[in-house]
Write a protein that binds this ligand. Sequence first.
Ligand code: SF4
Ligand code: SF4
Length: 178
Amino acid sequence: MNNKNIDYGKIKNNLQNYIEPNIYYCCQCGKCSAGCPAVDLYDFKPHQVISLIQSNRIDEIVNSSAIWLCLECDICSNRCPENISIAAIMNYLRVSTWQKNTKKVKNISIFYKLFVRIVQFFGRSYEPGLILGLNIGTGRFLNDFDIAVDILKKRKIKVLPEFVKGRKKISKATKKYL
Ligand code: SF4
Ligand code: SF4
């Protein structure tokens, strides 16, 4: 599947009508980017993401690392003088485009899909399954294997999965993320 299948018009419509109607009040002051702890890893800083949306260049954001590396810490939103929820925008862009497997961030989208599926099944995260699935999905079978052995020896994570009570409800609630 390539990016031609993404309906950018619909994404923009949803962003400005439902996710963050204040998006056009952005004055490009840069306060969001100045406070972002992940900004050095981004190819587009948070204020640039907003600017690209305003100028109908959402395709460039979908192919960027910014939306995938956002920690959703909400510092940007709290610093914004126009009360724009940048974290919600980042999250919406991620959720609405992850299945397109954009080339640059393919491994991140594999992680995302796997994580949501595991939470749907067990009702919570299951780290060994996540690590194994990610290594298989990315073709890097022994990636971080030495670290995983150490972590297991120190009993930092459980080998067997736990099933959370009421996981059907969790599964239903997470459907919108896939
Ligand atoms: S802090 Fe708010 S107004 Fe300033 S650049 Fe960021 S989104 Fe725009
Ligand atoms: S929510 Fe994302 S973009 Fe905003 S400050 Fe945190 S990491 Fe940066």
